[in-house]
Design a binder for this molecule. Structure first.
Ligand code: MN
Length: 314
């Protein structure tokens, strides 16, 4: 059995990609099953509830050598802890290539598109398979989630075309209304503990010298209600300090992305983070919030800039 899973702190693309890719492989005669590497966020729970599908099970401990397929990620820091012992046979992803290495020649499908869902639609077409209603709904949700319904600069024409194709198959008549309902579900954070908010959409990246990289934790809260998040600013900064110490990180950033206005205000934990944000992005940082303007994509507008900032000088 091939275990298919997305990244830790899973988002809608990570969860739906595992479900859809496992179902596609099943239709192609591969014994595959979807798993997840963490709790669903509120948006993903909404998407699965609306689609009438159960969440995939948590990935159990896998024996060394077990075959796995990665979706929506490839870096070991974002995967299951013993990834290096596993046999990665397939990767379908839209992120930069990280430290992936494999024992056998793998199937790799990377494309710089807005979501893994967009790639999975192409895989259906290339396999000559019709798109079933459930898969259409899941892939549609993935594209809308990852691109913030085309608000993100990661959006490509192929993502727009995918939504135009998938919405009628999924039975979604008003795509923007559905996207706004997803974003509202994501923003309804209630009394979620601050550390959970920080880690909900959170990835650790190595920066600088490849042999002795600094590890930076970068969280994002995409919300239609930034006032709620900033109302919990003190708690969030305390959680950032705890996580930085507990995980031995060089820095922790938490970007609060206002989905509807397309802006990013990032919480600044201390002088290290302030210095890096000022140096990397050329913004003035005074106090605990840095205005990063319209840089709303961690993948496209935050991480590459930090990589350049930390790159060893030749
Ligand atoms: Mn994704």
């Amino acid at each position: 059995m091939l275990a298919v899973f997305g990244h830790v702190n899973p988002d809608t693309d990570a969860i739906t990609a595992a479900l859809v890719y496992a179902r596609l492989l099943n239709r192609q005669g591969v014994d595959a099953r979807a798993f997840r590497l963490g709790d669903l966020n509120f948006e993903t729970a909404f998407v699965l509830r609306e689609a009438g599908v159960d969440a995939p099970a948590l990935l159990p401990a896998l024996q060394a050598g077990a075959a796995v397929a990665l979706v929506d990620h490839n870096e070991s820091a974002q995967s299951t802890p013993n990834l290096a012992e596993l046999n990665v046979t397939r990767v379908v992803d839209h992120h930069k290539l990280g430290d992936l290495s494999t024992a056998q020649p793998p199937y790799l499908r990377f494309e710089p598109l807005g979501s893994t869902g967009t790639i999975l639609l192409k895989l259906h077409r290339e396999a000559g398979l019709s798109v079933e209603t459930l898969d259409a709904r899941l892939m549609l949700s993935a594209v809308l989630s990852d691109t913030l319904h085309f608000r993100s600069p990661t959006t490509t024409q192929e993502d727009r075309d995918a939504v135009a194709f998938l919405a009628p198959v999924a039975g979604v008549e008003d795509v923007e209304a559905y996207a706004l309902a997803m974003f509202a579900a994501k923003s309804d954070l209630g009394d979620t503990p601050a550390e959970t908010l920080l880690r909900m959409d959170y990835k650790v990246f190595p920066f600088g010298d490849a042999d002795t990289p600094q590890q930076w934790g970068i969280g994002v809260i995409e919300t239609t209600n930034p006032a709620y998040v900033f109302g919990r600013q003190a708690e969030l900064l305390a959680a950032m300090a705890d996580v930085k110490a507990a995980d031995g990180l060089s820095g922790v950033l938490l970007s609060v992305v206002d989905i509807l206005n397309g802006t990013n205000r990032t919480l600044v934990l201390g002088p290290t983070e302030a210095q890096v944000l000022a140096g990397a992005f050329g913004v003035s940082v005074n106090g605990p919030v840095a205005d990063l303007g319209a840089r709303i994509s961690r993948k496209k507008q935050i991480v590459p800039v930090l990589e350049g900032f930390f790159a060893p000088q030749a």
